[in-house]
Design a protein around this ligand. Structure first.
Ligand SMILES: [Zn+2]
Ligand SMILES: [Zn+2]
Length: 246
């Protein structure tokens, strides 16, 4: 699993010092062992939405998800959206930086065998689509950059044209949470002959989940049975509910 494209890309591009503390690194990634250990790993979270459980608990589903039927089968995430991950994501998203993108892909590849120890891998990967107008504005889709090495290593098709963002929605970050769901409702169209029953949606950040939920609902209407989310960072909304026992 380690000899992968993302890693080769990092070796090619990266200086052999830790991106975070500048000490010399001997491993494949430009993050030293201590800094890696101190990354804000997402460890115990809701299996549908990634909500982080605080303290000792046996919960696997948060209060909100236990009340509603989530269209997400399993959520998998790497980190909290905190320093330095927020900076890496900004670098990927707005500056098309390849090293943080490859680091995200590599750590995801290291986690996937554990995530799927008892489950089948998805049949195909869907990078969260951008509307074509936004794609033109930005020049690239960061979710595709993160997903591409995963699809190569896992030998799964990367679906770039099967799900289209059909509405030009306002950037979710500019909206308060209650308006986010409304903003993306029916925002996606799925190709007529789409036949995959188990897919993973790859995204950089999951915040309110409104966009992912809208895509999941469109896929489910189209007959997809199992939809997993692979996301680099989970941003926690500050006014979120307190999880209850399920
Ligand atoms: Zn370091
Ligand atoms: Zn949840």
């Amino acid at each position: 699993m380690l000899k992968i494209l993302a890693e080769k890309l990092i070796r090619h591009l990266a200086p052999q010092s830790c991106l975070l503390c500048l000490t010399k690194v001997t491993g494949a990634l430009p993050v030293c062992h201590l800094c890696e250990k101190n990354l804000p790993w997402l460890e115990h979270y809701c299996q549908h939405c990634g909500y982080h459980f605080i303290g000792e608990t046996s919960l696997s589903i948060c209060g909100q998800c236990s009340k509603n039927t989530s269209p997400i089968s399993c959520f998998y995430g790497l980190w909290h959206y905190q320093d330095p991950i927020d900076q890496w994501i900004q670098q990927i998203k707005y500056h098309h930086q390849l090293i943080p993108s490859a680091i995200c892909s590599e750590y995801m590849l290291r986690k996937i065998p554990g995530w799927y120890s008892n489950r089948q891998l998805p049949e195909a990967l869907i990078p969260m689509p951008l509307h074509s107008d936004r794609l033109v504005e930005r020049g690239y889709n960061q979710a595709i950059e993160i997903a591409r090495p995963l699809a190569k290593v896992l030998q799964r098709p990367l679906l770039l044209h099967d799900c289209k963002r059909s509405q030009y929605t306002k950037p979710q970050a500019t909206l308060p949470a209650p308006l986010r769901q409304k903003n993306v409702k029916d925002a996606f169209t799925i190709k007529d002959n789409f036949h995959f029953k188990h897919v993973a949606i790859v995204d950089d950040v999951y915040t309110s989940g409104s966009t992912v939920t809208a895509l999941c609902q469109s896929l489910r209407k189209n007959g997809t049975k199992t939809i997993d989310i692979w996301c680099c960072a989970r941003a926690q909304l500050t006014h979120r509910f307190i999880p209850v026992s399920s």
